[in-house]
Structures are given as C-alpha cells and as structure tokens.
Design a protein around this ligand. Structure first.
Ligand code: FPP
Length: 253
C-alpha cells in the first residue's frame, strides 16, 4: 500500500468534485505592468485549460468561483470588463463546451446581471442541460452566506405554508435547499494565488472538503499544476470525523 503524509490509506481515486477559487489575475497582470483586466482575460484561458483537464480525467464536477457577491465593490471599470468577459466567453465557448458533453450551470444571484447576460446564461444552461460529461458550475454573484440564506428563506416559506414541519429541518433537508445539492459535495478545494482562505465560497458544501493552496497565480494554472493538486488529494486520508484507525479498518475490509 502506498504511504502518504496523513499515515492512512489514500482515497481510491481522483476527486469527483473540485471547487476552485481562481485568485491572482490582478497580480499576474501587475507583474507584467499590464492593467488588472489583462489578468482576467488570461484567466479565462486558464479556465478553458482546466475545464479540458477535468473532462479528460473524467472528473464529475468542477465549480469555479468567478465573481463573488463582494466583487461588486471593485472599481467599476474592472467589474464592467469582468461582465463583458463572462458574456464573450459564454458566446465563444458554448459550442465547444456542448460538443465536449459539458453541462454548464451558473450558481448565484443572477438578478443583478444585465438582461443580455442573464439571457445567455439561460440559453447556455438549456443547451447543455442534457449533457452527461463534466458538470461545470460557474459561481457568479455567489456567496456561501447568500446560499445558506436563500436556503433558509425557502425553508421558512415552506414551513409557513405547511409544506414542512419545523422538525423536518435537519441537515440533510437544509442541504437539499442549497446550490449544487444534486452533485457530490466537493472533495477537493483549490485556491491559487497564495492566500489561504475560503472567502465565502461554498461554506455549507466545504464541510469535509480537502483544502489545497498553491502560490501559482490563476493565469499560470495548467493541467500539470492541477495534477499536482490531485496527487496531493490522493495522498490525504479523509476521516469524516472518524479516527485514523477506524478509517484504515474500513478501507482494509
Ligand atoms: C480573482 O483574482 C479573480 C476574479 C475576481 C475573477 C475571476 C475571473 C476569471 C478567471 C475570468 C474568466 C472566468 C470565466 C468563468 C469566463 P484577483 O483579481 O483578485 O487577483 P489578485 O488577488 O491578484 O488581485
């Protein structure tokens, strides 16, 4: 049995669901004396590379943090460029994503987006809804607290309408009201760009996710770097609250 740094048996396989905070676009650009927005454009190319890598490796779901609820506070021109980039990327990539059997979904509060962006998002989701390959989720105007709050609001409304009893509100039920409930929870969280924090991403869903941080800036992220993260994941021992001995025993059985 291969050894690993957590002194237990490694998970049998690659992560089924990977969640990524794509950080470092601005610094990538600043290091080259370019405007921050050039970093976002280069970041879109890294998105394409990693989507392809996930598809090729048979990963079930990839969730990318593209725009947080807090990103509206950035300078207006940067926000405008990001919105335009989402639109142009959707337009230019949708055919390729569909052909690659990718199912595209957006999570987050889309009501703040322009009508045209909302329309393209809906079209892209409808076009790829029947695809059975990689589930690609783009978190845009998303925040983990927003997600939990929208779940709580919908649960409260079902309780008020008599469709649920207060005693029905248990973790499994709350989970079903959060975004991405139909997918396995993320096994691996990756954050590029050197910071070590979750930044209000998938707060509910990351409860037992393995966290991996790299200094690599997002525009430089590629399939080799992704494989390093997966290799680190495979060496981890996941315990889900159990002891190392319990996990080893159940894996040996
Ligand atoms: C964080 O880097 C990155 C963002 C807020 C935007 C992410 C957007 C993309 C990668 C563009 C394309 C995305 C899609 C889905 C088409 P930062 O600007 O905070 O970098 P910094 O920490 O170096 O300043």
């Amino acid at each position: 049995m291969p050894t690993n740094d957590a002194q237990g048996p490694p998970p049998a396989s690659l992560p089924r669901h990977v969640a990524i905070v794509m950080d470092g676009n601005g610094r990538w650009a600043q290091q080259r004396s370019l405007p921050r927005t050039a970093g976002h454009r280069e970041g879109a190319k890294a998105v394409r590379r990693i989507v392809q890598a996930c598809s090729e490796r048979g990963i079930e779901a990839l969730t990318l943090f593209a725009f947080s609820s807090e990103n509206w506070q950035r300078p207006r021109p940067e926000v405008d460029v990001l919105m335009r980039l989402f639109l142009t990327t959707l337009r230019s990539e949708i055919r390729r994503l569909d052909a690659a059997n990718v199912r595209l979904r957006f999570i987050g509060d889309q009501s703040a987006f322009s009508t045209i962006l909302q329309t393209y998002i809906t079209k892209a989701e409808q076009r790829t809804a029947g695809n059975t390959g990689l589930n690609l989720n783009i978190a845009a105007n998303y925040g983990g607290r927003w997600d939990i709050t929208q779940a709580a609001r919908r649960i409260a409304s079902d309780v008020a309408a008599g469709r649920l009893q207060p005693a029905d509100v248990v973790p499994d039920l709350v989970h079903r009201y959060t975004c991405l409930a139909e997918l396995p929870e993320p096994d691996l969280f990756i954050r590029t760009g050197g910071e070590q924090r979750i930044s209000n991403f998938l707060l509910w869903q990351l409860a037992y996710t393995e966290l991996y941080f790299t200094d690599r800036l997002w525009p430089d992220y590629d399939a080799d770097a992704f494989d390093l993260a997966c290799a680190a994941f495979v060496r981890r021992q996941r315990r889900f609250g159990q002891t190392a001995e319990q996990v080893t025993r159940s894996t040996d059985a």
